[in-house]
Design a protein around this ligand. Structure first.
Ligand code: NAP
Length: 248
């Protein structure tokens, strides 16, 4: 029997990068997978088809994770189609980098809404379903930048640090109902998000990675598999760094 056989997972922002790696890993491990995207409808359709090859149910939903009402509707739709939700991965995230001197209000708000408010939106909307089930594993994708900060990313770092505080609080609030909540803090992972960075910045990051390479979406997905499965039933309120031993 596969590790996640019979479980239902919801992953936000899975049309590429880390989210795509996560949905593949979860489906390959036997979970039925619902996932969201913001605008990449063609990739979402393609991934839906790829996931069904694992012999599981898979469905893509266009849903803006930063929108409270859209998140409520999403959870209602997923529960209607899949019957339950066992694993939630709050992965959707963006960057709008810039030094504070040049950062405008829109750059701050967009990042906070997409990266942090989204985690509140989805968790809040799913809470009732998880409480009724008396089980669930919520996994929030933070970042090492949320732990150590990064010049030029004060908005992103604040959103990712906020996720860690939220995660610890929810683990305490919902623990008595057998609902776990953990964060993953990836380091430097090769995706389209990091492909935007210049060569010098990439080399600077890589110098700080003792394992000597960028991480892959699969490296992060393996951590999600552990935290989503029954291998981690006594792990909650934690932040798991997946960063090649980078100092944080
Ligand atoms: P990415 O390649 O840019 O992919 C982002 C995904 O999120 C896409 O599927 C995108 O969908 C979706 N998305 C964006 N805004 C959304 C919204 N408002 N509602 C729903 N979905 C939305 O990013 P990534 O590098 O895989 O990063 C994934 C997560 O890991 C993020 O939270 C990021 O902060 C975190 N992280 C990444 C790294 C890294 O090195 N890459 C390191 C640490 C943490 P569309 O295609 O439709 O736009």
């Amino acid at each position: 029997m596969k590790l996640l056989e019979g479980k239902v997972a919801l992953v936000t922002g899975a049309t590429r990068g880390i989210g795509k790696g996560i949905v593949h890993k979860l489906a390959a491990s036997g979970a039925n997978v619902a996932f969201t995207y913001a605008s990449s409808a063609a990739s979402a359709k393609e991934i839906e088809t790829e996931l069904k090859v694992y012999g599981v149910e898979a469905k893509a939903y266009q849903s803006n994770a930063a929108d409270y009402e859209a998140s409520e509707q999403l959870i209602a739709n997923v529960v209607e189609s899949f019957g339950r939700i066992d694993i939630i991965v709050n992965n959707a995230g963006i960057t709008r980098d810039g030094l504070l001197m040049r950062m405008n209000e829109a750059q701050w708000d967009e990042v906070m809404n997409t990266n942090l408010k989204s985690v509140f939106n989805i968790t809040k909307a799913a809470q009732r379903t998880l409480l009724k089930q008396r089980s669930g594993s919520i996994i929030n994708i933070s970042s090492v930048v949320g732990i150590r900060g990064n010049a030029g990313q004060s908005n992103y770092a604040a959103s990712k640090a906020g996720i860690i505080g939220f995660t610890k609080s929810i683990a305490q609030e919902l623990g008595s109902r057998n609902i776990r909540c953990n964060a993953i803090a990836p380091g430097f992972i090769s995706t389209e998000m990091t492909a935007e960075l210049g060569e010098d910045t990439v080399n600077e990051w890589l110098k700080s990675v003792p394992l000597g390479r960028a991480g892959t979406p699969e490296d992060v997905a393996n951590a999600v598999l552990f935290l989503g499965s029954d291998l981690s039933t006594y792990v909650s309120g934690q932040t798991l760094n997946v960063c090649g031993a980078m100092l944080t």
